[in-house]
Ligand binder design. Structure first.
Ligand SMILES: *[C@@H]1O[C@H](CO)[C@@H](O)[C@H](O)[C@H]1NC(C)=O
Ligand SMILES: *[C@@H]1O[C@H](CO)[C@@H](O)[C@H](O)[C@H]1NC(C)=O
Ligand SMILES: *[C@@H]1O[C@H](CO)[C@@H](O)[C@H](O)[C@H]1NC(C)=O
Ligand SMILES: *[C@@H]1O[C@H](CO)[C@@H](O)[C@H](O)[C@H]1NC(C)=O
Ligand SMILES: *[C@@H]1O[C@H](CO)[C@@H](O)[C@H](O)[C@H]1NC(C)=O
Ligand SMILES: *[C@@H]1O[C@H](CO)[C@@H](O)[C@H](O)[C@H]1NC(C)=O
Ligand SMILES: *[C@@H]1O[C@H](CO)[C@@H](O)[C@H](O)[C@H]1NC(C)=O
Ligand SMILES: [Cu+2]
Length: 590
C-alpha cells in the first residue's frame, strides 16, 4: 500500500515538477533511472551512463528534494553505548543526522534552523561541487556568515551534478564533533552490477567530552584517544558492554552495494570484513574502475562505495576497524571496534572467526584508483617554486601551544565579514589571516605541492580536503612509518618520475604523509571562494587551511539577486546577534 502510494506521489511530483519531501532510500532507488537494472548498473537513463562526463552533463530531473534541519542542543544525552554526554548538538534529534537522498540531476533544498542556545552554525555539503553556487557551500566566514542561534534560518539549494556517497557537517569551529553531521546518498550509475543497495554506512570516532572542551584541550596538549567508534550511529561500550553492535544484513547469494563514509573528527582507520573481499566502485564522488581488496584505509571525510558478495557460508562475520602507523593514524579506547555482518538466516550470535589484522596502511590512502571518466595533465614541466608550494608547519612557540600554519600563516576567518563579501564589494585588500590564494586564470590546471615541514618537533599525517573541486593526486613522497620518515623535499631529479599525470586518482580528500609531500592539481573551472583544509577538526580549528579565491571577477557575476538577498539577510541577523554572543571566538572559526 505504502509503496504504491509513494510511487504515485513521486509520479505526480515528477510530472508537475513539484518538490517532494526527502524519503528513505528503498522508496527512492532508481526513481529517475530508466535502464539501471541489477545486471546493468552502468546504464542510468536515456543519454546518461557511467561514462558520462558529469562535470559538463547533468540529467536534470526537475525534481527538488526538500529537507528541514532543526539543530538543537541537548544536555545529559545518553549515547548509543550507554554513556551520558554532558552536551550534544543534533539535527532533528538524531546522531548522525538524517540522510539526504536524491537522484543524479535533482535539486536539493535544505532549510536549516539554528535552535542552539548561543552557537552559530553553517552546513557544508562535503564533496558537492557547487558549480556556480558558491554561496551555498556552507563555509562560515568564507561563503556566508554563521546562521545565528535562537531561531536563525536559511535555505541551501544546490544541484546534484555528481552522484555517489557524500556527507554534510557544520563548519562552525569544531561543532560537527558535537553531532551536527550526517550522510548524503545520490543515486546514479555504477561501474559494476549489484543486486541490493544497502545504503550509507558511516563510521566515526566518538568522544564523551564536548568538541568545545576538546578544542581547548588540544590547543595545549595532543588530542586524546577517541572513546569509541560508532558504526552507522551505534556500537557497544568496550568495557560495560552496553549498547548494541551495528548489524548489517546480507542476503545469501546476492551482491550488495555499501557506501562507507568516514565521519571522524580525528581518526583514520582501515576497515575489513572477515572472510570477504570488497570491490571498490567509487572513491568520494568519483566512480572508478572496479578493483577488489581485502581492506580499505579511510581518511577523515573519505568515502568508498564497495560491493560485497554474500558468497560465503551463511553466518555472522566481524567488520573491523584497525589503526596503523603506530598510533599516527588515530587511537581509540575501544581496542577492537567492530560491527557485525549477518547473512539472513544466520543465528543472532556473535561471529567466532577473529580474522587477521590487515596490512598497515601507514596512514596513506590508495593512489592506484582509475577514474571511469578520465582526466589527465602533463607533469614533466612541474618545478616547485614559492608560488605553487604550500608548507605545513606546527608552530609551538606561542600561546596557545599548537598553532598550525600553511605557508607561514594560520587561517582565522571573520564570521561577520565573509570572503565573498569582499568579492561583492570589489575589495581585494584581504587580511593576511584569511590565507587567500587568488587564482585568476580561467580553465587552467593549477598544481599544488603540499609539504609537511620535517623540522617541526611533531609531524603528523593530515587528510587534505578541497571544496568546490575534485583534485588529481599526481604523486606522494615515498611511503614509510610516519615516525620513521626523513625525506620530504620534492626533488625534480628523482621525484618527477614518481608522478602520474595520466588519469591518476581523483577525489576530494587525500592524506599528506607525516614528513612527506603530495602534489595535486585541479582546474579553475568553478568560480568561488573554496577552502582547502586539513579535515582533522583540531588542526583546522588551529589554523590548517588556505582559501582559494578562484576567478573573483567571474564569481561576482555569478551571484544572483536571490542568493545575494539570502546572504545579506543572514549576515545582518548574525551581526545583530554577535555583540550579545557570550562566547568569544577562540579558534580559526572553521
Ligand atoms: C529551492 O531553493 C531555491 C533557492 O532558494 C528556490 O529558488 C526554489 O524555489 C526552492 N525550491 C523549492 C521546491 O522549494
Ligand atoms: C558554543 O557553545 C559552547 C557551549 O555549548 C561553548 O562552550 C562554545 O564556546 C561556543 N562556541 C562559540 C564559538 O560560540
Ligand atoms: C543504518 O541504520 C539505519 C537506521 O538505523 C538502517 O535503516 C540502515 O539499514 C542501516 N544501514 C546499514 C547499511 O545497515
Ligand atoms: C577516518 O578518518 C580519520 C582521520 O583521517 C582516520 O584517522 C580514521 O582512521 C578513518 N577511519 C576509517 C574507518 O578509515
Ligand atoms: C574484529 O573485531 C572483533 C570484535 O571486537 C575482535 O574480536 C577481532 O579480534 C577483530 N579482528 C581484527 C582483525 O581486528
Ligand atoms: C607563500 O608565501 C610567500 C612569502 O610570503 C609568497 O611569496 C608566496 O607567494 C606564498 N605562496 C602562495 C602559494 O601563496
Ligand atoms: C558562473 O560564471 C561562470 C564563468 O563566468 C559561467 O560560465 C557560469 O555560467 C556562471 N554560472 C552561473 C550559475 O551564473
Ligand atoms: Cu591535520
Amino acid at each position: 500500500m505504502r509503496s504504491l502510494y509513494s510511487a504515485l506521489v513521486w509520479a505526480a511530483a515528477f510530472l508537475l515538477h513539484r518538490p517532494v519531501q526527502g524519503a528513505p532510500s528503498a522508496e527512492l532507488v532508481n526513481r529517475a533511472a530508466t535502464c539501471n537494472t541489477p545486471s546493468n548498473r552502468a546504464c542510468w537513463t536515456n543519454g546518461f551512463d557511467i561514462n558520462t562526463d558529469y562535470y559538463s552533463k547533468t540529467p536534470f530531473t526537475g525534481v527538488t528534494r526538500t529537507y528541514n534541519f532543526d539543530i538543537t542542543e541537548v544536555d545529559n544525552w545518553k549515547g548509543p553505548d550507554g554513556v551520558v554526554k554532558s552536551k550534544v548538538m543534533l539535527i532533528n534529534g538524531k546522531l548522525p543526522g538524517p540522510t539526504i537522498f536524491a537522484d543524479w540531476g535533482d535539486r536539493i533544498n535544505v532549510t536549516v534552523t539554528n535552535h542552539l542556545r548561543d552557537n552559530g552554525t553553517s552546513i557544508h555539503w562535503h564533496g558537492i561541487r557547487q558549480l556556480g553556487s558558491n554561496l551555498h557551500d556552507g563555509a562560515n566566514g568564507i561563503t556566508e556568515c554563521p546562521i545565528p542561534p535562537k531561531g536563525g534560518k536559511r535555505t541551501y539549494s544546490f544541484l546534484a551534478t555528481q552522484y555517489g556517497t557524500g556527507w554534510y557537517h557544520s563548519h562552525f569551529s569544531a561543532q560537527y564533533g558535537n553531532g551536527v553531521v550526517g550522510t548524503v546518498q545520490i543515486n546514479g550509475p555504477a561501474s559494476l552490477p549489484y543486486d541490493i543497495d544497502l545504503g550509507v554506512f558511516p563510521i566515526s570516532d566518538y568522544y564523551y567530552d564536548t568538541a568545545d572542551n576538546l578544542v581547548e584541550f588540544t590547543k595545549n596538549n595532543g588530542p586524546p584517544p577517541s572513546d569509541n567508534v560508532l558504526f552507522n550511529g551505534t556500537n557497544i561500550h568496550p568495557v560495560t558492554g552496553q549498547g548494541k553492535y551495528a548489524t548489517v544484513t546480507l542476503t545469501p547469494g546476492k551482491r550488495h552495494l555499501l557506501r562507507l563514509i568516514n565521519l571522524s573528527v580525528e581518526n583514520h582507520f582501515t576497515v575489513s570484513l572477515v572472510g570477504h573481499d570488497m570491490t571498490v566502485v567509487a572513491a568520494d564522488f568519483v566512480p572508478v574502475n572496479a578493483f577488489t581488496t581485502d581492506n580499505l584505509f579511510l581518511a577523515v571525510g573519505a568515502r568508498y562505495d564497495v560491493t560485497i558478495d554474500a558468497s560465503k557460508a551463511v553466518g555472522n562475520y566481524w567488520f573491523n576497524v584497525t589503526y596503523g602507523g603506530n598510533g599516527f593514524c588515530g587511537l581509540s579506547n575501544n581496542p577492537n571496534p567492530a560491527a557485525i555482518f549477518r547473512y539472513s538466516g544466520a543465528p543472532n550470535a556473535l561471529p567466532t572467526d577473529q580474522g587477521k589484522t590487515p596490512v598497515d596502511s601507514l596512514c596513506n590512502d590508495n593512489l592506484n584508483l582509475t577514474p571511469v571518466v578520465p582526466r589527465s595533465v602533463q607533469t614533466g614541466n612541474f618545478r616547485p617554486d614559492p608560488s605553487n608550494t604550500l608548507p605545513v608547519h606546527l608552530d609551538l612557540t606561542g600561546s596557545p601551544l599548537f598553532v598550525w600554519k600553511v605557508n607561514g600563516s594560520a587561517i582565522n576567518v571573520d564570521w561577520g565579514k565573509p570572503v565573498v563579501q569582499y568579492v561583492m564589494e570589489g575589495n581585494s585588500a584581504f587580511p593576511t589571516s584569511e590565507n587567500i590564494i587568488s587564482l585568476n586564470n580561467a580553465n587552467q590546471y593549477t598544481f599544488w605541492l603540499i609539504e609537511n615541514d620535517p623540522d617541526q618537533a611533531i609531524s603528523l599525517p593530515h587528510p587534505f580536503h578541497l571544496h568546490g573541486h575534485d583534485f588529481l593526486v599526481l604523486g606522494r613522497s615515498p611511503d614509510a612509518q610516519p615516525a620513521a620518515q626523513t625525506r620530504y623535499v620534492f626533488d625534480p631529479s628523482t621525484d618527477l618520475a614518481r608522478l602520474k599525470g595520466n588519469n591518476p586518482t581523483r577525489r576530494d580528500v587525500t592524506m599528506l604523509p607525516a614528513k612527506g609531500w603530495i602534489l595535486i592539481a585541479f582546474q579553475t573551472d568553478n568560480p568561488g571562494a573554496w577552502l582547502m583544509h586539513c579535515h582533522i577538526a583540531w588542526h583546522v580549528s588551529g589554523g590548517l587551511s588556505v582559501d582559494f579565491l578562484e576567478r573573483a571577477s567571474d564569481l561576482k557575476k555569478n551571484f544572483t539577486a536571490a542568493d545575494t538577498a539570502v546572504f545579506n539577510n543572514n549576515c545582518n541577523a548574525w551581526r545583530a546577534y554577535a555583540p550579545t554572543d557570550p562566547w568569544p571566538k577562540s579558534d580559526s572559526g572553521i
